[in-house]
Design a protein around this ligand. Structure first.
Ligand code: BMP
Length: 259
C-alpha cells in the first residue's frame, strides 16, 4: 500500500528515473514540500527559489505568467535546482491532442521540455496526449503528473474520470510518475500523489480555491507531496513559512508510514 511505505522504499519499485530521483530528494532532504512559484517577474521567481530552495523537493512554475521570461531565467532556475537539489516542475496542464501538445511542449517561447523535468497533463484527451508529449522529449529524461482531481469548488472530475486517469498512468509508467489529486486516487507505490490547495490560515480564496492543512492533505487525502503557493509566497518571511510547511507535511508523512 502506497500510503504505508517510505519514500526510500518506493525508490526501488518504480522504474522511472525521475520518480526515483524525486523519492531520493524527498528522503535525503526530508521534505515533501512543493512550492508554487506563481510570481510575475524573473527577479521575484529567482529570489523565491533561492529562499525556499533548501526546503523543497519541487519548484512548481507557471512560466507563462512571467512578464519578462528569457533563456537566462531558466538558466538561473536550473542552477538553483542543481545547487539546492530540487526539480523544476512546470504546471502547464497540457490538455490538447497529441500533435498540438508536442509543439506546445518543445516549441513556442518557452521550450518547456528543455528545462522542466516534470510537467502537468490533463487526462481529458485520452492517452494520445502522452504519446504526443513523448514524441517531443528526444531521449531526455522527462516525466509528467496527471491532473486527476482539482482543488477548486465544482471541479468536474468524477470518479469515472479519476479511474480513466489511473488507467492512462498504469499504461504509461515510463512517462507518468503520479497524480495531482485531492484524495487517495491510487494505492500503487510507484505513483506519487501531489495535493494543491494547502494553506494553514485560510480555507478559501474567493475565486474557487479550497484549502486544507498540510496534515489533512497527507493524513486524510493521501498526499505524498503538498503544493503550497500563497501560504508561503505571501508570508512575511517566505523561508520561515517554507520551513513550517515542510516540517508539518514531513512529520505527517512519518506519522502515516509509522502508523
Ligand atoms: P495557492 O496555494 O496559492 O492557492 O496555489 C496553488 C497552486 O496549485 C497554483 O499554482 C495552482 O495553479 C495549482 N493547482 C491548484 O491550486 N489546484 C489544482 O487542482 C491543481 C493545481 O495545479
Amino acid at each position: 500500500d502506497r500510503k504505508k511505505r517510505s519514500f526510500e522504499s518506493r525508490t526501488s519499485v518504480t522504474n522511472h528515473p525521475l520518480a526515483r530521483k524525486l523519492f531520493e530528494i524527498m528522503s535525503s532532504k526530508k521534505t515533501n514540500l512543493c512550492v508554487a512559484a506563481d510570481v510575475t517577474t524573473s527577479a521575484e521567481l529567482i529570489s523565491l527559489a533561492e529562499k525556499v530552495g533548501p526546503h523543497i523537493c519541487l519548484l512548481k512554475t507557471h512560466i507563462d505568467i512571467l512578464t519578462d521570461f528569457s533563456k537566462e531565467t531558466v538558466e538561473s532556475l536550473k542552477e538553483l535546482a542543481a545547487t539546492h537539489n530540487f526539480m523544476l516542475f512546470e504546471d502547464r496542464k497540457f490538455g490538447d491532442i497529441g500533435s498540438t501538445v508536442a509543439s506546445q511542449y518543445s516549441g513556442g517561447a518557452y521550450n518547456i521540455v528543455d528545462w522542466a523535468e516534470l510537467v502537468t497533463v490533463h487526462g481529458l484527451p485520452g492517452d494520445g496526449i502522452i504519446k504526443g508529449l513523448m514524441s517531443a522529449i528526444n531521449g531526455r529524461p522527462r516525466g509528467c503528473v496527471l491532473v486527476s482531481e482539482m482543488s477548486s469548488s465544482g471541479a468536474l472530475t468524477s470518479q469515472e474520470y479519476v479511474s480513466g486517469c489511473c488507467k492512462i498512468a498504469e499504461n504509461h509508467t515510463y512517462f507518468v510518475i503520479g497524480f495531482v489529486s485531492q484524495s487517495n486516487v491510487s494505492s500503487d507505490p510507484r505513483f506519487i500523489l501531489l495535493t494543491p490547495g494547502v494553506q494553514l490560515d485560510k480555507s478559501v480564496d474567493g475565486l474557487g480555491q479550497q484549502y486544507v492543512t498540510p496534515r489533512a492533505a497527507v493524513l486524510e487525502r493521501g498526499a505524498d507531496i503538498i503544493i503550497v503557493g500563497r501560504g508561503i509566497r505571501e508570508a512575511e518571511d517566505p523561508e520561515a513559512a517554507a520551513i513550517k510547511y515542510k516540517e508539518e507535511a514531513f512529520s505527517a508523512y512519518l506519522e502515516r508510514i509509522e502508523a
